[in-house]
Design a protein around this ligand. Structure first.
Ligand code: FE2
Length: 395
């Protein structure tokens, strides 16, 4: 038995109206020159004004940096870092989905370091972060990535992804206000919401799961399963949006402390090779990966079934775990995610390159309750092309 390492960001505000706490928190840092890193679309629709206006009214100098793209490549990271190094900023605020928040925390920390972003990558980097960097406040505008509570910044490489990860990347303050998510379109609500669900599910079956991460993950699943469909159907449903914000926040804490595994490992190459959004990549693969590893974690899958609103009382663990996979398939289908990789325009000829790239994600694969070797990964992708859940050959 080993002790679990549990890390939470130092301070969070979560719930409707949480953004009201922003100005007081900024004052606490004694900052004067603030850099807001955000998505250009969010600036265009006026969402960023909700963050910047109260700060400008208080006399802060606020610069808005919008050179943010979905699934940011390494170059986007280098650019954001160069920008913050050139400026005289003393606080960074990330506003947006995972891309904007990941770039914000990366830029805030690398602002006080030498070298390129590439030097600090997890798989190939040679340098280690040594300082906390500028204070950072993270404000998600989708309910999904959990980036506001993790110490990870994900960057796209030529055909796959890598991360910069260190506790210095943790937000000093996370502000999770569901009001900011009401204008998120249904397709993005669906994809980011299934991403959050995947965080909770993968954390719950992770080999690094602990009683703390279990509690976070199960409550996340309860909130997300009861409200994701409603949030997709009616974006202005206040209760559904609030549940999704809380569920996504909890799922973020769960996976930050227990890790994600096979679904994310197989999803990364879909983003890297075919630019499929992170949430959609996870969503399409979730039932196939969980169906494949089901036998290794039947008791936990029964618990997941109950958290998703099912009832395992009169079922064997074996039956309940099958129902769990069916329930995951149903949620993904109900929110309009295509059932197969072909539904995203991915050709079957990509099978080998996807398999090869996914096998590189050793950090993620190591947390799977069932070891996933190259042949297993290939079989799961094949299942996702065919649209049929498969299990490993027991023979
Ligand atoms: Fe994710």
């Amino acid at each position: 038995m080993t002790a679990s390492r549990i890390v939470f960001p130092p301070l969070s505000y979560v719930g409707w109206g949480a953004l009201e706490h922003l100005v007081l928190e900024v004052k606490r840092f004694g900052a004067k020159h603030i850099l807001v890193i955000t998505d250009p679309v969010l600036e265009k629709i006026g969402l960023v004004d909700q963050v910047t206006s109260p700060l400008r009214q208080e006399g802060y100098s606020v610069h808005v940096y919008t050179d943010v793209v979905p699934e940011p490549p390494l170059e986007a990271g280098e650019k954001a870092v160069a920008f913050v190094r050139d400026g005289e900023f003393d606080l960074v605020i990330g506003v947006g989905g995972g891309s904007a928040m990941d770039l914000a925390k990366l830029a805030a920390v690398l602002a006080v370091h030498e070298g390129s972003v590439a030097d600090y990558l997890n798989l190939t980097g040679t340098r280690t972060l040594e300082k906390r960097g500028l204070p950072k406040i993270l404000i998600p505008t989708t309910s999904g990535t959990g980036s506001e509570v993790t110490n990870i910044s994900v960057l796209s490489l030529e055909t796959t992804k890598d991360v910069v990860t260190h506790d210095y990347l943790l937000a000093d303050v996370a502000i999770v206000d569901p009001q900011l998510t009401v204008s998120v379109p249904p397709r993005v609500t669906a994809a980011t919401g299934i991403d959050a669900l995947t965080h909770a599910v993968e954390a719950y079956v992770s080999v690094n799961a602990s009683p703390t991460s279990d509690g976070l993950a199960l409550q996340a699943m309860r909130l997300i399963s009861r409200s994701l469909r409603k949030a997709v159907e009616n974006g202005t449903d206040k209760q559904a949006r609030t549940d999704m914000a809380n569920g996504s926040y909890l799922a973020g804490l769960a996976f930050f402390n227990a890790g994600v595994a096979g679904v994310h490992a197989l999803a990364y190459p879909l983003g890297g090779q075919f630019h499929i959004a992170h949430g959609e990549s996870n969503a399409v693969l979730l039932p196939y990966v969980m169906g494949y590893i089901r036998q290794s974690c039947t008791k936990r899958m029964a618990d997941i079934l109950n958290a998703l609103g099912g009832n395992s009382t009169f079922l064997s663990e074996e039956e309940a775990s099958h129902r769990c996979v069916e329930e995951l398939e149903r949620i993904v289908a109900d929110v309009g995610i295509p059932k197969t990789l072909g539904g995203f325009g991915i050709p079957e000829s990509a099978l080998e390159s996807l398999t090869k790239d996914a096998t590189q994600q050793k950090r993620l694969l190591a947390r799977s309750p069932m070891p996933l070797l190259e042949a297993d990964i290939r079989a799961i992708y094949q299942a996702a092309f065919a649209g049929t859940i498969v299990e490993p050959n027991k023979g």
